[in-house]
Write a protein that binds this ligand. Structure first.
Ligand SMILES: Cc1cc2nc3c(=O)[nH]c(=O)nc-3n(C[C@H](O)[C@H](O)[C@H](O)COP(=O)(O)OP(=O)(O)OC[C@H]3O[C@@H](n4cnc5c(N)ncnc54)[C@H](O)[C@@H]3O)c2cc1C
Ligand code: HEM
Length: 362
């Protein structure tokens, strides 16, 4: 009933939250227009999962652990609940009966309790965030920087995962970046960041970050890892800076010394945007199990021509492979569609969520 008013409810909710409880304002980023609706989207997801307690608890638990990096405490839940229910009541109008109000109060209390318990359990085993010093920085291609950081305390993650990052220039603006390397002995992590025109965090990382700066990392996330594979043969597909997690997976195969055969396709619209090819070619010279093909879709250059989905189908079939896709959302979605229509099992196609990962917890 209230879903059509999502935008208005969100604005109203934050307005009353910040008016009644000004002390929580500083927890949120200054400009938050673009992402204001995420709380409501999480609630809609919770409503969808209401008859599926296992997944509901998994979703809320993940949400609770994710909130640790925002500095959320158990004491913050009652004020947020009060303002959220007030916002729902206002937009539901006469439909907000005492029974509905009681049901929502109970539901919010349950969700909050699951989030709080998950955060407390997580607190017992790891920090909320990890400060990390920039130890190396190189520019790669137009507007792309490779940034290597050293976390101040051990940071366990798996190749193929991504990390939320906060920079000193945009406090409380968390953005996700994939780690471009398998775990190293010295504990450093490398990110490939493409500056989005007009983007806040990406432009700061590409143009301002320097050796010695300290950023903050959230916990590692994502299921695009080698252990998720069902087959030994892997098809890895990367568009643009989508190469980062794919590169980490190649390093991980090398590190484990397992018997995988790896077919890597790199794609971009133009030759200039085709990024990281030399690095990957060096790897292919070193590892006989790795083959590489690069394709360009919007320009004539020697080699393969066409979009990645088209080129993949030319070289298939891929139904005995696990497929890892990374890059622009449209490329990932169309490659996934093309592959599954041609026999690849959907559960063998792995890719990251396109946005706000916490909302897409499986
Ligand atoms: C799971 C995951 C992994 C990611 N891994 C990487 C990575 O390894 N390297 C990397 O560079 N980025 C990666 N991203 C994207 C990254 O998290 C940011 O979204 C991106 O850097 C833009 O942030 P910003 O603060 O600079 O832009 P914002 O200030 O958030 O946005 C500014 C404007 O740019 C638009 N915009 C935002 N993102 C994009 C985009 N990607 N393309 C075009 N326009 C956009 C917005 O709509 C807005 O209008 C990943 C995202 C996810 C969800
Ligand atoms: C049922 C309760 C809640 C739900 C469903 C919920 C949901 C969400 C979601 C989905 C996000 C986006 C997460 C992301 O981008 O990674 C978010 C962000 C956030 N939440 Fe919550 N939340 C809840 C309670 C709270 C409470 C009690 C606080 C404390 C005041 C809080 C503070 C924040 C902050 C500071 C952010 C970051 C905002 C931003 O970056 O724009 N949340 N919340």
């Amino acid at each position: 009933m209230v879903e059509p008013f999502a935008g208005e409810i969100t604005v109203y909710f934050y307005a009353i939250l910040f008016a009644r409880y000004p002390q929580v304002r500083s927890m949120f980023p200054q400009g938050m227009d673009a992402q204001r609706d995420r709380l409501l989207r999480a609630l809609l997801r919770i409503v969808d999962l209401v008859d599926d307690p296992g997944n509901l608890v998994r979703f809320c638990g993940h949400l609770g652990r994710d909130h640790r990096k925002f500095g959320t405490l158990a004491a913050h839940f009652p004020p947020v609940g009060e303002c959220l229910l007030a916002a729902l009541a206002r937009f539901a109008g006469p439909a907000w009966t005492p029974e509905i109000a009681a049901a929502w109060t109970k539901a919010y209390g349950t969700v909050a309790q699951v989030m709080i318990s998950a955060a407390e359990e997580d607190e017992a085993v790891r920090p909320a965030t990890w400060p990390a010093t920039v130890v190396h920085r190189v520019t790669r291609g137009p507007g792309i920087a490779e940034i290597t950081v050293r976390p101040h305390y051990p940071y366990a993650y798996a190749a193929g995962q991504y990390v939320s990052v906060e920079t000193p220039w945009w406090p409380r603006r968390w953005r996700y970046y994939s780690v471009a390397n398998a775990p190293r002995e010295d504990g450093t992590l490398t990110f490939h960041v493409r500056g989005v025109p007009g983007g806040s965090v990406s432009e700061a990382l590409v143009h301002r970050a320097a050796v010695g700066d300290v950023i903050r990392l959230g916990p590692p996330m994502g299921d695009m890892v080698l252990d998720a594979a069902h087959h030994d043969e892997l098809l890895l597909v990367a568009g643009g800076t989508g190469l980062a997690p794919i590169r980490a997976l190649v390093e991980e195969v090398a590190r484990r010394g397992e018997h995988h055969q790896v077919h890597l396709f790199l794609g971009a619209r133009t030759g200039a945007e085709l990024y990281g090819v030399d690095d990957m070619l060096r790897m292919a010279q070193r590892y006989h199990w790795l083959t590489i093909r690069a394709a360009v879709s919007h320009e004539y250059v020697p080699g393969l021509r066409g979009s990645l989905p088209e080129v993949l189908l030319e070289y298939g079939p891929w139904y005995q492979h696990d497929v890892y896709l990374s890059g622009p959302a449209q490329m990932v979605a169309s490659a996934k569609e093309a592959l599954t229509l041609n026999g690849t099992r959907p559960d063998c196609v792995h890719h990251d969520p396109f946005e706000t990962p916490v909302l897409f917890t499986p």
